[in-house]
Design a binder for this molecule. Sequence first.
Ligand code: GDP
Ligand code: K
Ligand code: MG
Length: 281
Amino acid sequence: MEATVALGGNPNSGKTTLFNGLTGSRQHVGNYPGVTVDKKEGIYAYNGYKMHIVDLPGTYSLTAYSEEEVVARDFLVSEKPEVTIDIVDASNLERNLYLTVQLLELGVPSCVALNMMDVAKNRGIEIDTKKLSDLLAVPVLPVIARTGQGRQELMDSAAEVAKTKQKQEPLEISYGQDLDGVIRQMQDDIEKNRFMTECYPSRWIAIKYLENDEQILKKGQEANPSLAARLEKKVEKISHHLQRTLDTYPEAMIADYRYGYISSLLRQDDVFHQKYDKNRL
Ligand code: GDP
Ligand code: K
Ligand code: MG
């Protein structure tokens, strides 16, 4: 059996370290078509399973704000890897989960590698991986990529996700009353017309319109110009409303709610706990 396994995560989360640990010398560097971003691929043999490991460019987000972000999400959407390992720096958990939430909203089958557990421990950070896994509805595995600790368990979990071939239900988080209403209306229109829904979840498309995602706007105009115009009009209207009433924009509001979702998630049942900060003692 074969499977494609993508490694995603923020820059400096330890992707390359994990990639090298898994693939050793069986790797090569190529290019993504049309862009200058490096594409590193390698093979990892797992219990008779041939895993093609792809080190995605490091990104903080999955909106089309940079070439890296477009490359990463295009790969996920078009190559449909059986599983994406989302490498999270445990010593910077809250910030790193911003990308995790976006991977979950995109609905790609994934598991979270909670890396840098040694660094986190030294800083007095305790993370309840079981609770975090329950709340996010994805496997969460603690690892230390630098030493290889936890790697076997991580790959067991990744293989399990790959084997089930189940479509991951996209995570739905609330963006507040104003936006949620608009998102639902846009979603209805998107679903009724099957507007790019073979590639993306309908809610995700609506959110990208609100975030003013250039690539999705362009694809939308090509796919169905009149529907695209209708969605753009809706976005314009809610933008004006938010500016007038709250002096904010949809993009800013979406980012605020995502961060809010993450911080309340970490406060729930002591998922995250910092006993002390070694640097401050
Ligand atoms: P990338 O940007 O995601 O590819 O991250 P790298 O693999 O280049 O790692 C960034 C830095 O973190 C490097 O100096 C690694 O040696 C270090 N690093 C990676 N994983 C761990 C880990 O689990 N513990 C510690 N202490 N350092 C790590
Ligand atoms: K570095
Ligand atoms: Mg790297």
